[in-house]
Structures are given as structure tokens and as C-alpha cells.
Design a protein around this ligand. Structure first.
Ligand SMILES: Nc1ncnc2c1ncn2[C@@H]1O[C@H](COP(=O)(O)OP(=O)(O)OP(=O)(O)O)[C@@H](O)[C@H]1O
Ligand SMILES: [Mg+2]
Length: 269
């Protein structure tokens, strides 16, 4: 398999004093479904920011398709534009991502930004807005949308770019159950079509459903383990140690029950 993204010994701390990633080494292949799991604050979003060159590591090396990604290479116009064209980022919080006057403008923005002709940009925006079922919102200003609607617009605005690599931070946050299912199926479909998909989550059911390769971050911002979905889901000890499942004690009448609680996978009585 051909590698598309690699990180070697990457460290990052905010303002030089709040550690967020420590000694991260990983390699992601073209066309892979890959996920980053860990508790709140373990460094998942920071890792996606690094992969997307929104921030640069304090030390260590990041590569995209065999080329180094750093301030210098990103300031090279042809590399920078190509990089942005090939990688799309759906943020955890859609508010940071949306800034155009209307929903339709938002969908046009990406394609125009990478110099696609207006006709093609419009065509893509039309297709995507219908595909995601948000055509009725097209003239709405984004501040007049619900959280879930904003998330859908954020997803749409990235899909119009037709990126090779899709970074998705907490794919299901603020979506209703029906839209969650739709979006999970969409991610599977995009992956089947050859896209590399990298997402973060602390929901183990998403790992079970999408069956990605998984990297587990621990509270100290290091990698605890990398493995297939089933290698990770079956490693109860690991999941307890990084607090992704916890022992849960409750009573049925006078009888005390203990079981591991992870919302889905290990919820056995
Ligand atoms: N803008 C920031 N300024 C300072 N510290 C930050 C900032 N963003 C994140 N951090 C810190 O960096 C660490 C990693 O945060 P990050 O947002 O990457 O975690 P996460 O795994 O995505 O968490 P969550 O599940 O809550 O989204 C945390 O300790 C966090 O407090
Ligand atoms: Mg996060």
C-alpha cells in the first residue's frame, strides 16, 4: 500500500507550555479509513490540525505524499494550493468553518478558492446541496441555522472540493440519529470510492461500524496502540486504561451487577 501521510516523532504544545501531542509516529495509506480515538483533551483535534498544516509541530516531521509539510513548503504556491485542494477538513465545531453570507456561497467558496471555473463550482455546489438534502437552506445566512444544519453545510462545503483526503473531527457531533446514519454511510461510500478518510472519535460504536485502522491516544498525549478496529475493540484492558470504557456497578433489586460500560460494545450484563 502506498503511504499518503506520515508523522515521525511529532511533538506539539500550545504556547510552548500546554502539551497536546508527544512523540507521535504514524503512517496512513492511500485509500485507508483511519481513526484517532482518545478521551477529551488527549490531542485528537490537534493531531488533525497538524495533518492539515493548520499548525506545525514543535519537533518531528510531517509528510504528505512523500513531500515534507512545513511552513516553507506550504508557502510554495503550487505545493500549498495542491495540498489544500487535495485535503479537506470538516471541523469539530462548524462555527469556525462557516463565514460566507449564504449557504450557497459557502458551498461555492472552496472550489473558487482553488481556482475552479465558476460553472464547475456551481455545478458541484448544486449537486452537493441536493445530495445532502439542504437545498431549502441555500439562501439562508449561516448564523440562522441550527447546530446540525451548520454541520451539514460544513460537510457539504468540503465535499464540493472533492478532496482525496477527508479529515473529519467528531463526524457525528450535533447530528440527529437519521443524519448520523446517513453520514456514516456517506463516509463508507467515499472510502469505497477511493478517498482516504481520517476521523476522530471517542465513540467506540463508530469504530465498530466503520472498521477503520485505529490509533489510540492516551491522556498523556502519546500513542498507546495502533491496530485494526477489532484488535482495539477486543483489547478491554487497553480501553479501560485509557478510560474509553469503565466499570459500571448497578443494582437489580438486591443483586449487584458489574459490567464494562462503553455505551455499546462492551455493554454486557
Ligand atoms: N487553542 C488551544 N489553546 C491552548 N490549549 C489548547 C488549545 N486547544 C487544545 N488545547 C489543549 O491541548 C490538549 C489537546 O487538546 P485537543 O483539542 O487536541 O484534544 P481532543 O482530543 O480533540 O479533545 P476533545 O475530545 O475534547 O475534542 C488539551 O490539553 C487542550 O486543553
Ligand atoms: Mg477535539
Amino acid at each position: 500500500m502506498e503511504e499518503i501521510i506520515s508523522l515521525k516523532n511529532v511533538d506539539y504544545s500550545y504556547y510552548g507550555k500546554i502539551p497536546a501531542l508527544t512523540n507521535i509516529t504514524l503512517s496512513i495509506n492511500k485509500g485507508e479509513m483511519f481513526s484517532v480515538i482518545g478521551l477529551n483533551g488527549s490531542g485528537k483535534s490537534t493531531l488533525l490540525h497538524i495533518i492539515n498544516a493548520l499548525i506545525y509541530p514543535d519537533s518531528g516531521i510531517v509528510q504528505f505524499d512523500g513531500n515534507p509539510v512545513n511552513e516553507k513548503t506550504m508557502s510554495d504556491k503550487s505545493f500549498g494550493v495542491q495540498f489544500r485542494q487535495r485535503m479537506g477538513y470538516i471541523f469539530q465545531n462548524p462555527d469556525i468553518q462557516l463565514f460566507c453570507p449564504t449557504v450557497f456561497d459557502e458551498l461555492l467558496f472552496g472550489p473558487l478558492q482553488v481556482n475552479l471555473p465558476l460553472e464547475i463550482a456551481r455545478e458541484r455546489a448544486e449537486q452537493t446541496i441536493k445530495y445532502l438534502g439542504i437545498d431549502y437552506l441555500r439562501e439562508r445566512p449561516v448564523y440562522m441555522l441550527s447546530g446540525g444544519e451548520k454541520k451539514k453545510v460544513a460537510i457539504a462545503s468540503i465535499l464540493t472540493m472533492n478532496p482525496d483526503v477527508l479529515l473529519v473531527d467528531e463526524p457525528l457531533s450535533s447530528l440527529d440519529p437519521k443524519t448520523q446514519t446517513f453520514f456514516m454511510e456517506l463516509l463508507l461510500e467515499l472510502n469505497r470510492a477511493g478517498k482516504t478518510i481520517i476521523f476522530t472519535t471517542h465513540q467506540l460504536d463508530l469504530i465498530e461500524h466503520l472498521q477503520p485502522r485505529v490509533v489510540v491516544l492516551s491522556d498523556d498525549h502519546t500513542i498507546r496502540k495502533t491496530g485494526t478496529a477489532s484488535e482495539i475493540l477486543n483489547d478491554e484492558e487497553l480501553l479501560i486504561s485509557v478510560n474509553l470504557i469503565h466499570e459500571h456497578v448497578h443494582k437489580h433489586g438486591n443483586e449487584e451487577h458489574r459490567h464494562y460500560h462503553s455505551h455499546y460494545v462492551f455493554h454486557k450484563h
